[in-house]
Design a protein around this ligand. Structure first.
Ligand code: BGP
Length: 467
């Protein structure tokens, strides 16, 4: 065991060490105890072949039934904090109206169990899981759904706010926009830029209104949003490449970052939407609401950068309008890859994000809310004692943490690091293809859990507050 004298990278006192999950990805029990259907339950029923190996959301890691042992394991690996999401369709099966008392009971038990294990619950309200009844009336394209979401959020604050002091309105709001309305990887898998803009706009409006509701209840915790940031790096210093990279950054990062922190949309984005005729439908007071109810705390999800170059061919005017008609992505020669998942690994990206927040976003209080390494077919790394030997994951985390540490040395306001994820989980259309957990879930053995080598390593890091 390492002793404290060996610690070279020490983190600030009370640093948040933990991991992140989401309801649909871990709970299972998709139609148990009165839960309503969400878009994932529905999509799986109608198109099961869209899901890796035909595995749907009904059979995820069964946290719903096994949360007590899972929370004990979190404690065992040194977590002092943990992010879960509440399933909207479990809480309010039709999306609006009656609250499901069995869901209230479940989330109360989870929160209490976490607190008694010394783990602070970080609770997110929306992680891609639109209740089906709400999707039927348009999902995030509909203003009625914004209102229903705000009621749901206010209900959660009222029921759990006495014990939950860190709230998040959304996880990665860009993903339902891209997946559901541009690039066909989330339900309702449409390709419609006008709807995509409306969805993005309503998400931000819903976030601001939920923050307003939180503050009106005079709750005394913090409320924020979790945004995936993909820093944009231009191929060269050529003005055309620089411009392309800036536009990609505006679409995929600043579109959510600016309104959440500064209370306004980037003018560069508004100019493009106006010029191309794609402004969203808005109501008079919306922009005031967005301006007045900005976040206290930002969660940063970081997986990989975006490599951008100027467009090489003029976009086909007949093709549907897409943000990438302004730039091309490219594969930077010599880049480091996660060869088990096909994503680039660029550790310094995490530092660049944090410095940008310090310099351009008032050094807002933030934490790394997701970062992690997906590995396909990870069973092949299980040794004779049944432990997954995931040294690649330890290296991945360590190299990112060094850059987080550097950013903190330079004055960035970073309060914690949550890994994606606690235990192997079901991941949308990829189902169980890529494993990310500190704890493995053996599907062939009735979901048996075992702590991976990385879980043991994280335990030491958390307990020593560094490495
Ligand atoms: C993030 C999401 C998570 C999770 C993760 C890994 O964007 O917030 O919900 O899915 O990505 O994704 P994948 O399993 O597709 O590699």
């Amino acid at each position: 065991m390492q002793t404290t004298e060996n610690i070279r990278y020490r983190f600030p006192k009370d640093f948040w060490w933990g991991s992140a999950t989401s309801a649909t990805q871990i709970e299972g029990a998709a139609d148990k105890d009165g839960k309503g259907k969400n878009i994932w339950d529905h999509w799986y029923q109608t198109e099961p072949n869209r899901f890796f190996n035909g595995v749907g959301p009904g059979t995820t890691s069964r946290f719903y039934d096994r949360y007590q042992e899972d929370i004990q394991r979190m404690k065992e690996i040194g977590h002092n904090s943990f992010r879960l999401s509440i399933s909207w369709s479990r809480m309010i099966p039709a999306g609006r109206g009656e609250v499901n008392q069995k869901a209230v009971y479940f989330y109360n038990r989870v929160i209490d169990e976490l607190l008694s294990a010394g783990i602070e619950p970080f609770v997110n309200l929306y992680h891609f899981d639109m209740p089906l009844e709400m999707q039927k009336i348009g999902g995030w394209t509909s203003r009625e759904v914004v209102d229903a979401y705000v009621d749901y959020a206010a209900t959660c604050f009222r029921l759990f706010g006495d014990r939950v002091k860190k709230w998040f309105t959304h996880n990665e709001p860009v993903v339902p926009v891209e997946g559901g309305y541009l690039y066909d990887f989330h339900y309702p898998n449409e390709v419609d830029f006008q709807k995509a803009v409306q969805v993005g706009y309503h998400t931000i409006l819903a976030s601001a209104k939920a923050i307003q509701a939180y503050r009106e209840q005079q709750q005394d915790g913090k409320i924020g949003i979790i945004i995936s940031l993909t820093p944009s790096y231009p191929r060269s210093r050529h003005p055309a490449d620089l411009k392309a990279s800036k536009i990609a950054d505006t679409f995929f990062n600043r579109s959510f970052l600016d309104p959440s922190i500064k209370g306004e949309f980037p003018t560069e984005l508004v100019d493009i939407l106006k010029e191309e005729g794609y402004m969203p439908k808005m109501e008079k007071k919306d922009l005031d609401t967005i301006r007045q109810h900005t976040i206290d705390l930002l969660g940063v999800n970081y997986y990989q950068p975006r490599r951008v170059k100027a467009k090489e061919h003029l976009p086909n005017p007949e093709a549907p309008f897409m943000p990438d008609r302004f730039f091309d992505s490219y594969e930077m020669p010599g880049r480091k890859m996660n060869r088990y998942r096909g994503w680039e690994i660029y550790e310094k990206g995490i530092y660049d994000i944090l410095i940008n927040l310090k310099e351009n976003y008032d050094n807002i209080e933030c934490f790394i809310s997701e970062n992690g390494m997906g590995v396909e077919d990870e069973e092949r790394f299980r040794d004779e004692n049944g432990i997954i030997q995931d040294d690649y994951r330890i290296e991945f985390i360590q190299e990112h943490l060094k850059w987080v540490h550097q950013a903190i040395q330079e004055g960035c306001n970073v309060k914690g690091y949550h890994l994606w994820t606690f235990m192997d989980n079901w991941s949308w259309c990829n189902a169980y293809k890529n494993r990310y957990g500190l704890v493995s879930v053996h599907l062939e053995k009735d979901g048996e859990r075992s702590i991976k080598k990385s879980g043991q390593w994280m335990k030491r890091v958390s307990e020593q507050n560094g490495f």
